[in-house]
Design a protein around this ligand. Sequence first.
Ligand SMILES: C[S@@+](CC[C@H](N)C(=O)[O-])C[C@H]1O[C@@H](n2cnc3c(N)ncnc32)[C@H](O)[C@@H]1O
Length: 300
Amino acid sequence: MINIEQPSSSWKDYELIDCGDFSKLERFGSCVTIRPEPKALWHKTLTDDKWRQMANVEFKPGAGFGKAGKEDSGTWTTIHPTPEQWVIRYPQVDFKLRLGLTSFKHVGVFPEQATNWDFIHSTVKDLCARQSQPPKVLNLFAYTGAASLAALRGGAEVTHLDSVRNVVTWARTNMELSGMDGIRWIVEDALKFARREVRRGNLYQGIILDPPAYGHGPDGERWKLDECLFEILSLCNRILAPHDSFLVLNLYSNGYSAVLAETLARSAFGSDGELVAGESVLCDRFGKKLPLSVFARLKR
Ligand SMILES: C[S@@+](CC[C@H](N)C(=O)[O-])C[C@H]1O[C@@H](n2cnc3c(N)ncnc32)[C@H](O)[C@@H]1O
């Protein structure tokens, strides 16, 4: 079965206000942004004037926009002044995220991921209730760490890996802001790390992956989703405990479908366990659903 999921409307610090004409109008706490959105193929509901009245900042794509590796590059223009950095809360799991305007269109959170955070938090809590040791959770391609914080808040021992040092520092700030500690931070190529963990025979009870279409390890190792995804999933199968364990695979690029995520997970992890696949969407004030990623979640 393919599920369609969206963040709870009780999350007051995020809202997709409107989307259309290849853009989206969103509110992150008190800051309203206009950003490009290639999937918003329909027309906006509100007028351009209304968008500009509401928005603090707008992201303008740069020359490299849309090209491999520079898909999201550009600059922000201010419409109504806003602080360069600010903080939002995710009360469902109880963590905070510092946000900021990056040169890559992003602000430091992918809100459509909220239902994955809820799943990670509740699954870790269930594992903790059934065993005396905290479950070990590995977050690959972990970015600013929302999924790591969800696992940590649930009681896991968390390893957070990303190839970009600044992003790992940002994730550490988010942990500290949330009043938590104890995450193991790793700046490394995800594939290289997974191969090494297989050789070491290390096992995790939870693995989370949200890989990009293209990326680089810290030593220039090339990550290309189509070519590397099945290998990393097969490695994850070998470092994921055979029982009392979970996997969250999220895919937001290359137009991959939920059925593809499901088939990939079944092929890499076998037929044991309960597998749920679906689409993560954001729904705007007018009921228009914007699909942003697909996921497969396995419990075995
Ligand atoms: C879009 S983010 C994932 C979003 C994140 N899971 C979340 O919801 O907050 C993709 C991340 O992969 C990282 N990355 C790219 N190539 C990598 C590689 N070869 N090894 C490890 N991390 C990589 C990037 O630095 C980026 O932080």
